[in-house]
Unconditional design. Structure first.
Length: 248
């Protein structure tokens, strides 16, 4: 067995590589079957009727949650970290959002509306959205309980305690922030009733990021020192000469 001159990774014969690759393939198939099982359990999850009224500032005026469906029966809301006093949106949420515009026509054709929601005022949202060049709908929940009720925003009183409630459990306050990310799903029936069907937090939305899925298959993987440590807003990366390496 040789060691690659570019690092400490083993270099082996094609025959031995195929043997190990088939072993990995069996594990990947197991992962796929488990993902199918999780998906089925997710679809079978009971729903909760949303009786509380939530209002959002949109480019066409103040609208209730039911209006965000935009004529479709399913609504996916991305809880985008952008607080009222922030100057820009969260880099990690921005990274995720870079993947959404191309998905919009496919989601819409499948009776699904996608909307980002933040507590930042609408004018800040609109300015940042223009800077990033995004097209997906993005509204403000400023002045609403929506973010707090879905446990992605936290009051000063909550942040003063020892723990906060996030990702369906109590986590140490120091692991939290005044804003945190998440994804929530809703359904509206023919009578106009709205139901909360699913929410996911923390790393639960990673599969929405195609970049991560590609990096997971690249030779050096994510090459991160902590979760998403390599991520910047897409207009903040230093341009690198073609063919240069990001690793030294």
């Amino acid at each position: 067995m040789d060691i690659a001159s570019s690092g400490s990774h083993p270099v082996i014969s094609r025959e031995e590589w195929l043997k190990q690759r088939r072993t990995l393939l069996a594990l990947e198939k197991e992962e796929t079957r488990l993902r199918d099982k999780v998906r089925a359990a997710r679809q079978a999850l009971p729903w909760v009727k949303v009786d509380k009224e939530y209002l959002f500032d949109t480019p066409t005026g103040r609208r209730p949650l039911a209006d965000l469906f935009d004529g479709r029966s399913q609504l996916m809301i991305y809880h985008f970290m952008f607080g009222p006093d922030w100057d820009a949106g969260c880099p990690g949420c921005s990274f995720m959002s870079d993947h959404m515009d191309g998905a919009l026509p496919h989601l819409n054709n499948h009776d699904v509306t996608y909307v980002a929601v933040s507590r930042a005022p609408l004018d800040k949202i609109e300015a940042y959205k223009k800077r990033m060049g995004w097209r997906f709908p993005w509204v403000s929940s400023y002045g609403s309980d929506f973010n707090f009720d879905f446990h992605v925003s936290f009051t000063p009183e909550e942040l003063a305690g020892e723990t906060i409630r996030y990702n369906f459990t109590d986590i140490p306050r120091e692991m939290g922030h005044d804003e945190l990310p998440g994804l929530s799903a809703f359904y509206k029936n023919a009578a106009g009733e709205v139901f909360h069907t699913y929410s996911s937090y923390a790393r639960g939305g990673e599969e929405l990021c195609a970049t991560l899925m590609i990096l997971d298959r690249a030779p050096l993987g994510r090459n991160e020192t902590s979760t998403l440590s390599f991520v910047k807003r897409h207009d903040e990366y230093e341009e690198k000469p073609q063919g240069s390496s990001c690793c030294h």
